[in-house]
Design a protein around this ligand. Structure first.
Ligand code: MN
Length: 480
C-alpha cells in the first residue's frame, strides 16, 4: 500500500512535511548525542540540499532538532503544489490575495499543549551554536511575530536571535517592519510584545519572507499558500496570534531603551556580523507541543538562501512586470547569496530598455547590488548561460550601468571598506550598484547573434536511437 502523504496534506504542519520527506528518502536520521556546538551544524551542512537532517537527543536533550527541510527549489515547489516553472507566479498570487487567519478556541492549539512559566532557555531548548566564531547559541529559524502598536496589524519576520541568558535574548532588527513597530513602541516608552515561533509548517515559513508593504500580515499569505485560513492561537501573555500548529512558541517583550551586545554571528553572505549593541527580548513564557521538534537553519546554507530568495524573486518579478511587460523571469543567484545578484530574462523590444529594467530593479530592494539582463534564449536559473551572455553580448564601455553611493546591504562586508568601525547605523551599508545589459541588439546582421543549435537536438529520443547490448568489432568497425 502506498502510504506516502500527498503534497496538500504534507504542508499542514511541520510533522506532516517531515513525514513526506522521510517517506521519499529525503531525511537522514542522525545518531543520538551529537554535540549542539558545531557538530550538529557540520553534519547538517554536509547533507545540505540532499537530505534534511534529524537529530534525536542532541547533547542528550529530550527535544530533537531538524534542519534543511526546505533546501531545494524543487522541494519548495512541491510544498506549494506547483511545477518549479510556476513557483514565482503561484507565490505572487498568494501574496496578492491573502486569506485572513482564523483563531482556534482557547486551549485547543497544539503549540500550547505544554506551558513553561519558569524559563531557562538553555535547559529547555536544544539551541545549537553554528559557526566557528559565533558568540554562542542562536535561534536561527524563529519567526518573530509582533503587532503594530497603533494599528494592531501583525508582522512576521525571521531574525537572528542570540540566547545569552536563561530568559534574555538579543535580536538583530534590520530597518524593516519589526524595527518600525519597536521604534513606535519605544517612542511611547513601552515594550513590544513578541512571539518567537519555532517549527512552523513549510508554507508559513515561506510566507514569512514575503517582501510585503508595512502592515501587511504575512500570516495571510500563509493562508493563501495553504488555500485555507491559517489556524492561529492567541498568546498566553499578549494579543499576538501565532500559528496554532507550530512546535514551539517563546513569548516575550522587546524592551524599550535596552541594548546588549550581540554577535559575532556567521550570516547569509558567509561572513560574520560584528559584535554590536542590539535590541533585547525579555522572555516571559514558553509553550510547545507534547514532544516538540526544534528547527534550526544553518546560516548561509541552501535552506537559508532559498527561504529568502524565492519570495524575493516573486516580489521582484511582479515589481518589474508592472513597468516592463517583456520581463519573463528573474533569478537571485546562489553565488550572489540569494540576495545581491539578480538575473532578468527580458523579451527586449527597444534598444535601451534593459537599462530601464536595471534601474527599476535597483529601486525594488536595497539588497540588489548587481543586475544582469539577458535575452529569452538564456536560462536565468543557469549561471553558466548567464555568463555566456555576458561574454558574448556585453561591452563594458557601452552596456554597463554604475550607480555610486546608494543604500545596500549592511551585511555585505565590502561596504565597510574605508568606513570607521564605529560608523553610525545611518552611515552603514552604503554600496555601489552595477547593471549589465547582456542582451543582443533588437536587429542584427545575418547570423551574428544567432545561438548555434543543431536541428532536432531537443527532440532526439535517445531510448529509441541507442542500440542496447550491441558491440562493435573495431577491426572491421561493424556492429554485431
Ligand atoms: Mn512585513
Amino acid at each position: 500500500m502506498n502510504t506516502t502523504i500527498s503534497p496538500a496534506e504534507a504542508t499542514r504542519d511541520l510533522r506532516a512535511w517531515l513525514a513526506r520527506l522521510s517517506d521519499t528518502g529525503r531525511m537522514a536520521v542522525i545518531q543520538e548525542n551529537v554535540a549542539l556546538k558545531h557538530e550538529l551544524a557540520a553534519i547538517a551542512k554536509r547533507l545540505d540540499g540532499r537530505q534534511a537532517a534529524f537529530f534525536p537527543r542532541p547533547d542528550g536533550h529530550a527535544i530533537p532538532v531538524i534542519s534543511g527541510f526546505m533546501a531545494r527549489r524543487a522541494w519548495i515547489a512541491e510544498a506549494m503544489g506547483v511545477p518549479e516553472s510556476e513557483l514565482l507566479q503561484a507565490y505572487r498570487r498568494a501574496a496578492d490575495e491573502p486569506l485572513p487567519w482564523q483563531e482556534v478556541p482557547a486551549g485547543q492549539a497544539a503549540c500550547q499543549e505544554v506551558v513553561h512559566r519558569e524559563v531557562d532557555l538553555h535547559d529547555l531548548l536544544p539551541i545549537p551554536t553554528h559557526s566557528e566564531h559565533d558568540s554562542g547559541p542562536y535561534i536561527t529559524a524563529g519567526m518573530v511575530i509582533a503587532r503594530n502598536p497603533s494599528t494592531g496589524i501583525q508582522n512576521v519576520s525571521i531574525n537572528r536571535i542570540q540566547v545569552h541568558a536563561r530568559d534574555r535574548m538579543a535580536v538583530l532588527l534590520l530597518p524593516r517592519h519589526l524595527f518600525s513597530y519597536h521604534q513606535a513602541a519605544e517612542a511611547m516608552g513601552q515594550p513590544l510584545s513578541v512571539a518567537i515561533v519555532i517549527g512552523a509548517d513549510p508554507l508559513t515559513l515561506l510566507a514569512s519572507q514575503a517582501i510585503a508593504p508595512l502592515d501587511y500580515d504575512e500570516l495571510g499569505i500563509a493562508g493563501a499558500l495553504h488555500g485555507a485560513p491559517l489556524p492561529v492561537a492567541k498568546c498566553l501573555t499578549s494579543e499576538v496570534r501565532v500559528p496554532a500548529g507550530a512546535e514551539i512558541v517563546i513569548e516575550g517583550r522587546l524592551l524599550p531603551q535596552v541594548r546588549e551586545p550581540e554577535g559575532p554571528f556567521g550570516e547569509f553572505p558567509k561572513y560574520y556580523s560584528a559584535r554590536e549593541e542590539r535590541e533585547v527580548i525579555q522572555v516571559d513564557l514558553v509553550t510547545h507541543r507534547k514532544s516538540p521538534i526544534f528547527h534550526t537553519i544553518v546560516p548561509a546554507e541552501m535552506e537559508h538562501l532559498l527561504l529568502g530568495s524565492i519570495p524575493r524573486e516573486a516580489t521582484l518579478l511582479a515589481h518589474l512586470q508592472r513597468s516592463f511587460s517583456g520581463v519573463q523571469d528573474v533569478h537571485l543567484s546562489i553565488g550572489g547569496v540569494g540576495r545581491y545578484h539578480l538575473f532578468v530574462k527580458l523579451d527586449k523590444r527597444r534598444e535601451g530598455e534593459p537599462k530601464n529594467v536595471i534601474l527599476c530593479a535597483f529601486g525594488a530592494h536595497y539588497d540588489i547590488k548587481q543586475v544582469i539582463v539577458v535575452d529569452t534564449d538564456v536560462d536565468v536559473h543557469d549561471p553558466q548561460q548567464v555568463e555566456w551572455a555576458v561574454a558574448t553580448r556585453f561591452q563594458a564601455d557601452r552596456d554597463l550601468v554604475v550607480v555610486s553611493g546608494a543604500q545596500g546591504s549592511v551585511l555585505d562586508p565590502s561596504t565597510t571598506v574605508g568606513q570607521p568601525t564605529d560608523a553610525p547605523a545611518h552611515m552603514q551599508g552604503i554600496s555601489a550598484k552595477m547593471g549589465l545589459d547582456a542582451t543582443r541588439p533588437v536587429s542584427y546582421h545575418e547570423h551574428v547573434f544567432t545561438k548555434v543549435r543543431v536541428p532536432g537536438e531537443d527532440e532526439v529520443d535517445l531510448a529509441a536511437v541507442v542500440q542496447r547490448g550491441v558491440s562493435v568489432d573495431w577491426r572491421t568497425a561493424t556492429a554485431s
